[in-house]
Write a protein that binds this ligand. Structure first.
Ligand code: BTN
Length: 241
């Protein structure tokens, strides 16, 4: 496919681990993963019928500009899913793609070598994650439930890779700030959230990220604090009455 070399597998442990050794602008797809990786060392159910993809992106080592790649990749994924016919989706920081409160897709961006980022993308399409793991009951959404005729996994992969390439180009030439207004639109309305920071919990209101991709939390007194994605073990959205 234009701009990308794609390797297809039946079964792998994790597409991210295969992509870890590949050059920039290479992508890895697998029908199933035996050890799908989620954020914070969590697993990721990767049964047949879902889209399990990892794409290697050329970045600049130690560049602040590329720190927000996970958020830009979330935007690219939402754009591609929209092009595949989905209704408007929302993001839960940093990059869970949700339909209402259910998770349709997740991203795990990993850096195995300087200057190369592996963007791992999992999308529930026609698979049945809840049958693999009962704790996911009522937690997940599938593209086939919200789009009458979802594209094939092959076509969806192409849409995602095109969108990723375009967003990566914009990051490189114009910086993340040029994508920020579109990223900030995807959170929906301001949310009361609880942040698990590992050693303690913070609560406040989340409405936006800054131009380095950090979550800005406002407390009751109107003070703002900024958090990087690696600092936040878990974000829980709190219902407002
Ligand atoms: C998360 O929400 O925790 C991130 C999930 C990322 C899953 C994808 S599936 C393709 C790629 N390979 C992996 O092992 N993980 C990512």
């Amino acid at each position: 496919m234009e701009g990308w070399t794609v390797h297809n597998y039946q079964v792998v442990n994790s597409t991210n681990l295969i992509a870890a050794n590949l050059p920039a602008w290479t992508a890895v797809c697998a029908k199933t993963q035996t050890a799908g990786r989620g954020r914070f060392q969590r697993g990721w159910v990767s049964d047949e019928g879902g889209l399990w993809l990892s794409a290697v992106i050329l970045t600049v080592p130690d560049s602040l500009r590329w720190r927000a790649l996970p958020l830009a990749a979330g935007l690219a994924l939402c754009d591609a899913l929209h092009a595949a016919g989905s209704p408007p989706l929302r993001l839960r920081w940093p990059n869970d793609v949700l339909v209402a409160d259910r998770k349709l897709a997740g991203l795990l961006v990993e850096q195995f070598r300087p200057g190369l980022a592996v963007v791992g993308i999992g999308v529930n399409v026609r698979n049945e994650p809840e049958k693999q793991d009962a704790s996911l009951t009522s937690q997940t959404a599938r593209l086939s439930d919200i789009v009458p005729n979802p594209p094939s996994l092959h076509d969806l992969t192409l849409l995602i890779l095109l969108s990723l390439r375009s967003v990566a180009n914009q990051m490189q030439f114009d910086g993340f700030a040029s994508l920020l207004p579109r990223v900030n639109q995807l959170w929906g309305r301001p949310q009361n959230v609880e942040l698990d920071l590992g050693s303690h919990i913070r609560v406040g209101q989340f409405s936006r990220v800054d131009d380095q991709g950090r979550l800005i939390l406002s407390d009751e007194s109107g003070n703002h604090s900024a958090y990087d994605a690696h600092q936040v073990v878990h974000l829980t959205e709190k219902r407002t009455a």
